[in-house]
Design a protein around this ligand. Structure first.
Ligand code: SAM
Length: 313
């Protein structure tokens, strides 16, 4: 590919270079802000999964750059950027090279804000894409939930959370989880996000966790080293569904072995299954075993082939 062919194909890629943004993704955050006014009154902001840093650049320019009229106000602003990867420095942005699924990262953010909560958390996180759509969607969803977890530690009530989401078939499950914590949840697609991509952004407004909710990072799917006893969770952190034993206690116990003749006076008669499987996946193996062809190193290949063709496979 020639040096200019990507410039020709992708206007946002070209504009990003012309305007000095580290990645074309900058336009996605700028366009989300145009629609939702994300930066109004924001003094403390967190950029999760920030490298190479175009969203942090947007935060820096919008919250403390030339767009902010009063210098003292700009100096009050604190921005923290987190990523697994190292990132070149940016004015007014503190970097944490860390993992957003770790409680230690949440603690570091809180330390940087001197115990004050953030007004805005953004996350453009993306795992390495495998090309297997179901796997990619699943991992993206897990990363979004990790971002939500860390956000519950650092965001102020009423604050805003913006995150990349893949609009896959299970996306409504994610929306319903986000709705537990935010009164307003919108799925937005900026013009700069390619139509061909299932990528979109959830803009979650007015952080209002359930009463008594205690932030935690426990996601057993993400990190098995978290030593969480789920039975110890209380209040809104614990969901209890009723467990009901059904049937008469005098009915047969499914874990016990009973004699073949339940009634000793009657002779046992085998009853075949009502409807055996029509074409079970183990059919070939049964056939080969019946013909003594299974797993025999010295089975002549032509016999195995003959067995397969007899079965019209
Ligand atoms: N918003 C960035 C920008 O505008 O420059 C681009 C972000 S890039 C699409 C996704 C980033 O997510 C990668 O840099 C990757 O290292 C980061 N990431 C993925 N999983 C992460 C995790 N568990 N913790 C921290 N960062 C993570």
């Amino acid at each position: 590919m020639g040096r200019s062919s990507k410039d020709k194909r992708d206007i946002y890629y070209r504009l990003a270079k012309e305007e000095g943004w580290r990645a074309r993704s900058a336009f996605k955050l700028l366009q989300l802000d145009e629609e939702f006014g994300l930066f109004k009154g924001v003094k403390r902001a967190v950029d999760l999964c920030a490298a190479p840093g175009s969203w942090s650049q947007v935060l820096s320019r919008k919250l403390r750059g030339k767009d902010v009229k009063i210098k003292e106000m700009a100096e009050e602003v604190k921005i923290v950027a987190v990523d697994l990867q190292a990132m070149a420095p940016l004015p007014g942005v503190t970097q944490i090279q860390g993992d957003i699924t770790k409680i230690s990262t949440a603690q570091e953010i809180i330390r940087h804000f001197e115990g004050q909560p953030a007004d805005l958390v953004v996350c453009d996180g993306a795992p390495d894409v495998t090309g297997l759509h179901d796997v990619d969607e699943y991992i993206q969803a897990q990363l979004l939930l990790a971002a939500l977890n860390i956000t519950t530690h650092v965001l102020k009530p009423g604050g805003t959370f913006v995150a990349k989401i893949f609009r896959g078939k299970d996306v409504t499950l994610l929306y319903s989880q986000l709705k537990i914590f935010f009164s307003g949840v919108t799925c937005a697609k900026p013009r700069s996000s390619r139509n061909s991509s299932i990528e979109a952004f959830v803009v979650c407004q007015n952080y209002s966790p359930p009463e008594g909710y205690v932030p935690n990072m426990s996601n057993p799917l993400l990190d098995h080293s978290y030593d969480v006893d789920f039975n110890q969770l209380e209040g809104p952190n614990r969901i209890i569904v009723p467990f009901l034993a059904c049937g008469d206690l005098s009915a047969f116990d499914s874990d016990r072995t009973y004699p073949l003749q339940l009634d000793a006076s009657e002779e046992y008669h085998y009853t075949p299954p009502t409807q055996p499987p029509i074409q079970p996946p183990y059919q070939q193996a049964c056939h080969l075993r019946k013909n003594n062809l299974l797993a025999k190193e010295d089975s002549p290949a032509h016999l195995v082939e003959a067995a397969f063709s007899a079965m019209e496979l």
